[in-house]
Design a protein around this ligand. Structure first.
Ligand code: ADQ
Length: 464
């Protein structure tokens, strides 16, 4: 069996996470992929260095071998805070209004992709399969090919692919996609993002696109684009749920909410997650049903993310204001409607919190997939499951049609669905959950890894 070389912006083995446990969806998924396959995980250490040396730090922890490089401050500013998170992230989440198009961001992005290619090259062996992850590293495959790599190289995009009319606002968009087409296999989270990508290839590049097979041929080179919806590490997560920590966390939340229904949101503090809009919906619910203030408590767990970027500082301030307004206007001496927590928790604790909450609120304005929705379902008590309220714009929505699907932009729609969830009889909660859990259990991250890597392995090697 060939080795798997996974390359992503950051490398985050479980140990490196520490007690706070605040890591995004990608890190958890890749840990699971590497536990299953022999190989290495390469990326940025998260450390800054005065002058880039190309020095690689190799470590083994928790069954996973990692190789990391340090980057210069300017690299981090231009590539990570700049092009990746101030240009591509907002644009790919349909936020043209927040997208910054700075020339030096693009240069930094190219430079760091070059640094990744140069550094990882000596680690790649003849038979390895290379799997590159996410928007930070779109040009990396091309950079490796330029260095003569003949291995199979796949790419997975964890975030949405925007509609063509939005995507063309990116300067040099064609160059970016041409480099993406250098991979052998390109994975998207769902058919909507896949179709947007194929539409772009057809309309803007005039590539030959086979909608059935996902083959895209341009200048004599064919790549395959397909949808691979990511899932959670189901078995691993359920084991966490068996622990004393999970039960304690559940008890803690239940005893502190007692006669009230706990409704939970767990999100990185990111404008794509629709947090201020969600709080508006909760405010609308209390406006419409003021007598129910003693029935419902909302718990928002939102660890800060990308705090060096202005748009992230603004969203945090806005969320604090809105939460403060509702709590100020609606609290009684013994009742506070919203608990807002800015920290990360271990997975065991999150499991317990999800299970103690009879409503899960997952309302991104746009999201590649959203693993919190799937974790919430997995953590429910089969005899008394909670209700998932899910944004119709989450990448997970097509798979989770038995959730209560909402328009996250509409406070009225949110308020209406909160009421439905609160009043939903046990029989309906069970019927919905029974359907949802099948998808979450079966379409898990191990299946996802196997689907992607076996499709990649089946692609014939490029001719010399
Ligand atoms: P994210 O934007 O990070 O991921 P998501 O898929 O919801 O979003 O994953 C978040 C992960 O972080 C979950 O596993 C969650 O448990 C964890 N997490 C969140 N808050 C936490 C906290 N306070 N403490 C501890 N853990 C916390 C990106 C894309 C998504 C896509 C994933 C995977 O934006 O659309 O689903 O990658 O492909």
């Amino acid at each position: 069996m060939s080795r798997l070389v996974i390359i992503s912006n950051r490398v985050a083995v479980p140990k490196a996470r520490g007690a706070a446990g605040a890591q995004g969806g990608l890190a958890g998924a890749l840990n699971a992929a590497l536990r299953k396959n022999k190989g290495i995980w390469f990326g940025w250490s998260g450390q800054e260095i005065e002058k880039f040396t190309g020095g690689i730090n190799i470590q083994r922890a928790d069954g996973v071998t990692t190789a990391t490089i340090d980057l210069e401050h300017q690299d981090v500013e231009e590539y990570y805070n700049g092009y990746a998170n101030s240009t591509l992230w907002p644009l790919f989440h349909y936020r043209v209004d927040l997208t910054e198009y700075e020339r030096e961001f693009g240069r930094g992005y190219e430079r760091v992709n070059e640094r990744f290619a140069e550094s990882v090259l000596p680690l790649i062996e003849h038979d390895d399969m290379v799997w590159v992850h996410d928007y930070h590293l779109i040009p990396l495959g091309e950079r490796l090919r330029n260095r003569g790599i003949k291995n199979r190289i796949g790419f997975f995009l964890h975030i949405p692919w925007p509609p063509t009319r939005l995507f063309v606002s990116l300067p040099y968009h064609e160059r970016l996609v041409r480099s993406l087409l250098q991979y052998d296999l390109i994975g998207f989270q769902n058919n909507e993002w896949l179709e947007s990508f194929l539409h772009y290839c057809r309309k803007e590049l005039e590539a030959d696109v086979n909608e059935e097979t996902g083959e895209v041929t341009l200048d004599g080179w064919t790549t395959i684009a397909r949808a691979y919806p990511i899932g959670i590490d189901y078995d691993h997560f359920m084991e966490k749920g068996e622990t004393g920590e999970a039960r304690q966390a559940q008890q803690r939340l239940m005893s502190s909410t007692r006669h009230r229904t706990a409704m939970i949101g767990v999100d990185r503090l990111d404008y794509s997650k629709g947090l201020p809009e969600r709080v508006d919906g909760i405010g609308r619910f209390f406006d419409a049903y003021p007598e129910r203030i003693r029935e419902l408590v909302y718990i928002q767990i939102a660890p800060p993310s990308r705090g060096d970027i202005g748009t992230y500082q603004q969203i945090r301030t806005l969320l604090e204001q809105k939460t403060g307004q509702i709590n100020g206007a609606r609290s009684e001496v013994d009742v506070v409607p919203i608990r807002y927590v800015n920290r990360g928790y271990a997975q065991e604790e999150l499991f317990g919190f999800y299970r103690a909450s009879k409503i899960g609120l997952v309302t991104p304005l746009r999201d590649g997939m959203n693993l919190v929705a799937k974790e919430y379902i997995a953590a429910q008590d089969p005899q008394d499951p909670g209700v998932l309220i899910l944004s119709q714009f989450a990448g997970a929505a097509p798979q989770l049609q038995d959730a209560l699907l909402v328009n996250p932009h509409s406070p009225d729609d949110l308020a209406h669905h909160i009421r439905l969830a609160l009043d939903m009889p046990l029989s309906e909660r069970k019927a919905r959950w029974d359907k949802l859990i099948g998808t979450v259990r079966d379409d898990n991250v191990i299946e996802w890894t196997e689907d992607f890597t076996s499709d990649l392995a089946a692609i014939p090697l490029a001719e010399d």
